[in-house]
Design a protein around this ligand. Structure first.
Ligand SMILES: Nc1ncnc2c1ncn2[C@@H]1O[C@H](COP(=O)(O)OP(=O)(O)O)[C@@H](O)[C@H]1O
Ligand SMILES: [Mg+2]
Length: 240
Protein backbone atom coordinates (compact mmCIF):
# COMPACT_ATOMS: atom_id res chain seq x y z
CA UNK A 1 0.00 0.00 0.00
CA UNK A 2 2.69 2.46 1.14
CA UNK A 3 6.43 2.31 0.71
CA UNK A 4 8.49 5.01 2.38
CA UNK A 5 12.07 5.20 1.23
CA UNK A 6 14.38 7.39 3.31
CA UNK A 7 11.64 9.93 3.81
CA UNK A 8 12.45 13.13 5.69
CA UNK A 9 10.45 16.23 6.47
CA UNK A 10 12.15 19.40 7.64
CA UNK A 11 10.55 22.45 9.21
CA UNK A 12 12.83 25.48 9.59
CA UNK A 13 16.04 23.47 9.30
CA UNK A 14 14.87 20.95 11.89
CA UNK A 15 13.82 17.44 10.97
CA UNK A 16 10.35 16.44 12.21
CA UNK A 17 10.70 13.12 10.36
CA UNK A 18 14.10 11.81 9.39
CA UNK A 19 15.22 9.03 7.11
CA UNK A 20 12.09 6.95 7.46
CA UNK A 21 11.98 3.64 5.60
CA UNK A 22 8.86 1.56 6.05
CA UNK A 23 6.47 -0.65 4.11
CA UNK A 24 2.80 -0.75 5.05
CA UNK A 25 0.91 -3.70 3.65
CA UNK A 26 -2.63 -3.44 2.40
CA UNK A 27 -5.12 -4.68 5.03
CA UNK A 28 -2.68 -4.39 7.95
CA UNK A 29 -3.01 -2.53 11.24
CA UNK A 30 0.16 -0.58 12.00
CA UNK A 31 0.85 1.34 15.19
CA UNK A 32 3.14 4.36 15.38
CA UNK A 33 4.21 5.14 18.93
CA UNK A 34 6.49 7.78 20.37
CA UNK A 35 6.58 10.59 22.87
CA UNK A 36 5.10 13.99 22.17
CA UNK A 37 7.15 15.80 19.54
CA UNK A 38 8.66 12.63 18.09
CA UNK A 39 7.16 13.33 14.66
CA UNK A 40 4.11 11.07 14.62
CA UNK A 41 1.61 13.65 13.35
CA UNK A 42 4.07 14.85 10.73
CA UNK A 43 4.43 11.29 9.52
CA UNK A 44 0.64 11.02 9.20
CA UNK A 45 0.56 14.27 7.22
CA UNK A 46 3.06 12.75 4.81
CA UNK A 47 0.93 9.61 4.52
CA UNK A 48 -2.14 11.75 3.94
CA UNK A 49 -0.30 13.82 1.29
CA UNK A 50 -0.97 17.03 3.21
CA UNK A 51 2.80 17.50 3.43
CA UNK A 52 5.46 16.65 0.85
CA UNK A 53 8.71 15.00 1.90
CA UNK A 54 11.76 17.27 1.97
CA UNK A 55 13.84 14.26 0.99
CA UNK A 56 13.11 10.67 0.01
CA UNK A 57 10.25 9.03 -1.73
CA UNK A 58 6.75 7.87 -0.87
CA UNK A 59 5.35 5.15 -3.07
CA UNK A 60 1.60 4.68 -2.87
CA UNK A 61 -0.02 1.77 -4.67
CA UNK A 62 3.20 1.27 -6.64
CA UNK A 63 3.34 4.88 -7.82
CA UNK A 64 5.82 7.51 -6.66
CA UNK A 65 4.03 10.41 -5.06
CA UNK A 66 6.79 12.93 -5.73
CA UNK A 67 6.02 12.88 -9.45
CA UNK A 68 2.23 12.78 -9.15
CA UNK A 69 0.09 15.68 -10.34
CA UNK A 70 -2.23 17.59 -8.01
CA UNK A 71 -5.17 15.88 -9.62
CA UNK A 72 -3.76 12.42 -8.98
CA UNK A 73 -2.94 13.35 -5.38
CA UNK A 74 -6.53 14.52 -4.91
CA UNK A 75 -7.67 11.09 -6.10
CA UNK A 76 -5.33 9.40 -3.62
CA UNK A 77 -6.62 11.58 -0.80
CA UNK A 78 -10.13 10.32 -1.48
CA UNK A 79 -8.97 6.85 -0.48
CA UNK A 80 -8.00 8.01 2.99
CA UNK A 81 -10.16 8.62 6.07
CA UNK A 82 -8.84 10.51 9.11
CA UNK A 83 -9.75 10.39 12.79
CA UNK A 84 -8.30 12.92 15.24
CA UNK A 85 -7.99 13.20 19.01
CA UNK A 86 -10.34 16.19 19.24
CA UNK A 87 -12.99 14.68 16.92
CA UNK A 88 -13.15 17.75 14.60
CA UNK A 89 -16.96 17.65 14.40
CA UNK A 90 -19.01 20.63 13.30
CA UNK A 91 -21.01 21.82 16.31
CA UNK A 92 -23.86 23.27 14.26
CA UNK A 93 -24.52 19.95 12.53
CA UNK A 94 -26.17 16.94 14.15
CA UNK A 95 -24.75 13.41 14.14
CA UNK A 96 -26.39 12.47 10.85
CA UNK A 97 -25.29 15.70 9.16
CA UNK A 98 -21.71 15.42 10.41
CA UNK A 99 -21.39 11.90 9.03
CA UNK A 100 -23.08 12.86 5.75
CA UNK A 101 -20.91 15.96 5.21
CA UNK A 102 -18.01 14.36 3.26
CA UNK A 103 -20.57 12.99 0.77
CA UNK A 104 -22.50 16.25 0.57
CA UNK A 105 -19.31 18.12 -0.31
CA UNK A 106 -18.82 15.97 -3.41
CA UNK A 107 -22.54 15.92 -4.26
CA UNK A 108 -22.90 12.22 -3.62
CA UNK A 109 -25.44 12.14 -0.83
CA UNK A 110 -26.28 8.60 0.22
CA UNK A 111 -28.80 8.27 3.03
CA UNK A 112 -28.51 4.50 3.09
CA UNK A 113 -24.75 4.62 3.59
CA UNK A 114 -25.01 7.22 6.37
CA UNK A 115 -27.67 5.23 8.21
CA UNK A 116 -25.67 2.03 7.83
CA UNK A 117 -22.68 3.70 9.47
CA UNK A 118 -24.79 5.24 12.23
CA UNK A 119 -25.88 1.71 12.99
CA UNK A 120 -22.33 0.37 12.74
CA UNK A 121 -21.12 2.78 15.43
CA UNK A 122 -24.27 2.19 17.51
CA UNK A 123 -25.68 5.73 17.48
CA UNK A 124 -29.16 5.10 16.06
CA UNK A 125 -30.80 6.88 18.99
CA UNK A 126 -28.46 9.90 18.70
CA UNK A 127 -28.74 10.61 14.97
CA UNK A 128 -30.40 13.97 15.60
CA UNK A 129 -28.23 14.96 18.57
CA UNK A 130 -25.63 17.73 18.31
CA UNK A 131 -21.97 17.24 19.34
CA UNK A 132 -22.50 19.26 22.54
CA UNK A 133 -25.05 16.64 23.62
CA UNK A 134 -22.62 13.71 23.19
CA UNK A 135 -19.95 12.11 25.37
CA UNK A 136 -16.35 11.94 24.16
CA UNK A 137 -16.76 8.30 23.19
CA UNK A 138 -19.88 9.06 21.18
CA UNK A 139 -18.19 11.98 19.44
CA UNK A 140 -15.32 9.75 18.42
CA UNK A 141 -17.77 7.20 17.05
CA UNK A 142 -19.33 9.95 14.92
CA UNK A 143 -15.89 10.93 13.74
CA UNK A 144 -15.15 7.30 12.87
CA UNK A 145 -18.38 6.93 10.90
CA UNK A 146 -17.63 10.18 9.06
CA UNK A 147 -14.15 8.89 8.18
CA UNK A 148 -15.71 5.77 6.65
CA UNK A 149 -18.54 7.34 4.70
CA UNK A 150 -16.60 7.62 1.44
CA UNK A 151 -15.44 3.98 1.64
CA UNK A 152 -11.75 4.68 2.17
CA UNK A 153 -9.05 2.07 1.65
CA UNK A 154 -7.02 3.51 4.50
CA UNK A 155 -7.87 4.93 7.90
CA UNK A 156 -5.33 7.20 9.57
CA UNK A 157 -5.90 7.75 13.29
CA UNK A 158 -4.01 10.48 15.17
CA UNK A 159 -4.31 9.87 18.92
CA UNK A 160 -7.90 8.76 18.30
CA UNK A 161 -8.33 7.30 21.78
CA UNK A 162 -6.10 9.69 23.72
CA UNK A 163 -8.99 11.76 25.11
CA UNK A 164 -11.11 8.74 26.00
CA UNK A 165 -11.48 6.70 29.17
CA UNK A 166 -10.70 2.99 29.19
CA UNK A 167 -14.20 1.84 28.36
CA UNK A 168 -14.60 4.11 25.35
CA UNK A 169 -11.08 3.26 24.25
CA UNK A 170 -12.04 -0.43 24.31
CA UNK A 171 -15.12 0.30 22.20
CA UNK A 172 -13.13 2.21 19.59
CA UNK A 173 -10.46 -0.52 19.47
CA UNK A 174 -13.14 -3.16 18.87
CA UNK A 175 -14.72 -1.05 16.13
CA UNK A 176 -11.36 -0.51 14.43
CA UNK A 177 -10.70 -4.25 14.46
CA UNK A 178 -14.13 -4.85 12.92
CA UNK A 179 -13.51 -2.20 10.29
CA UNK A 180 -10.19 -3.80 9.39
CA UNK A 181 -11.67 -7.26 9.33
CA UNK A 182 -14.99 -6.62 7.61
CA UNK A 183 -14.02 -3.96 5.09
CA UNK A 184 -10.31 -4.84 4.77
CA UNK A 185 -9.35 -1.24 5.51
CA UNK A 186 -5.68 -0.60 6.19
CA UNK A 187 -5.30 1.16 9.54
CA UNK A 188 -2.43 3.31 10.73
CA UNK A 189 -2.86 4.24 14.35
CA UNK A 190 -0.67 6.93 15.91
CA UNK A 191 -0.58 7.16 19.68
CA UNK A 192 1.54 7.69 22.75
CA UNK A 193 -0.54 5.04 24.56
CA UNK A 194 1.34 1.73 24.49
CA UNK A 195 -1.56 -0.28 25.88
CA UNK A 196 -3.68 0.64 22.86
CA UNK A 197 -1.19 -0.49 20.24
CA UNK A 198 -0.67 -3.66 22.19
CA UNK A 199 -4.36 -4.47 21.86
CA UNK A 200 -4.86 -3.26 18.32
CA UNK A 201 -1.78 -3.44 16.14
CA UNK A 202 0.04 -6.28 14.45
CA UNK A 203 3.12 -4.20 13.88
CA UNK A 204 4.36 -1.27 15.97
CA UNK A 205 6.81 1.39 14.77
CA UNK A 206 8.64 3.18 17.55
CA UNK A 207 9.61 6.78 16.82
CA UNK A 208 12.05 9.07 18.57
CA UNK A 209 13.22 12.49 17.41
CA UNK A 210 11.68 11.91 13.99
CA UNK A 211 13.45 8.63 13.47
CA UNK A 212 12.20 5.08 13.30
CA UNK A 213 13.93 3.35 16.22
CA UNK A 214 12.46 -0.08 15.76
CA UNK A 215 9.58 -2.11 14.34
CA UNK A 216 8.06 -4.57 16.77
CA UNK A 217 5.82 -7.44 15.75
CA UNK A 218 2.98 -7.80 18.25
CA UNK A 219 2.35 -11.39 19.18
CA UNK A 220 -0.07 -10.50 21.93
CA UNK A 221 -2.96 -12.34 20.32
CA UNK A 222 -4.74 -12.93 23.64
CA UNK A 223 -5.30 -9.20 23.97
CA UNK A 224 -7.28 -9.23 20.76
CA UNK A 225 -10.18 -10.90 22.46
CA UNK A 226 -10.44 -8.78 25.59
CA UNK A 227 -14.15 -8.77 26.25
CA UNK A 228 -13.81 -8.05 29.96
CA UNK A 229 -16.14 -5.54 31.59
CA UNK A 230 -14.99 -2.20 32.97
CA UNK A 231 -14.96 -3.58 36.52
CA UNK A 232 -12.95 -6.63 35.47
CA UNK A 233 -10.42 -4.40 33.74
CA UNK A 234 -10.02 -2.20 36.84
CA UNK A 235 -9.58 -5.29 39.03
CA UNK A 236 -7.07 -6.75 36.63
CA UNK A 237 -4.98 -3.61 36.43
CA UNK A 238 -5.04 -2.95 40.20
CA UNK A 239 -4.60 -6.52 41.35
CA UNK A 240 -2.19 -7.25 38.51
N1 LIG B 1 4.02 22.97 10.77
C1 LIG B 1 5.11 22.92 11.54
N2 LIG B 1 6.03 23.92 11.54
C2 LIG B 1 7.15 23.85 12.28
N3 LIG B 1 7.47 22.82 13.09
C3 LIG B 1 6.62 21.79 13.14
C4 LIG B 1 5.40 21.78 12.38
N4 LIG B 1 4.74 20.60 12.64
C5 LIG B 1 5.52 19.94 13.52
N5 LIG B 1 6.63 20.63 13.82
C6 LIG B 1 7.70 20.19 14.73
O1 LIG B 1 8.08 18.87 14.37
C7 LIG B 1 8.29 18.06 15.50
C8 LIG B 1 7.39 16.84 15.48
O2 LIG B 1 6.03 17.27 15.69
P1 LIG B 1 4.78 16.29 15.56
O3 LIG B 1 4.88 15.58 14.27
O4 LIG B 1 3.58 17.09 15.82
O5 LIG B 1 5.07 15.26 16.77
P2 LIG B 1 4.07 14.32 17.57
O6 LIG B 1 2.82 14.17 16.78
O7 LIG B 1 4.82 13.05 17.74
O8 LIG B 1 3.83 14.97 18.90
C9 LIG B 1 8.10 18.96 16.71
O9 LIG B 1 9.35 19.45 17.12
C10 LIG B 1 7.23 20.07 16.17
O10 LIG B 1 7.42 21.26 16.87
MG1 LIG C 1 0.82 14.52 17.33
Amino acid sequence: MYKLENVSKKYNDKYAVQNFTLTIESGSITGIVGKSGSGKSTLLKLLNFIEQPTEGQIIFEDKAINDASKKVIRKYKEKIGMVFQNYNLLNNLNVYQNIALPLKIINKEDQHKVNELIQFVGLEDKAKSYPSQLSGGEKQRVSLARALVRNPDILLCDEATSSLDENNTETIIKMLKNINHEFNITIIFVTHELSVVKQLCEKVCVMEDGQLLDIIENRNKSAEKNTASYLENVKRSIEG
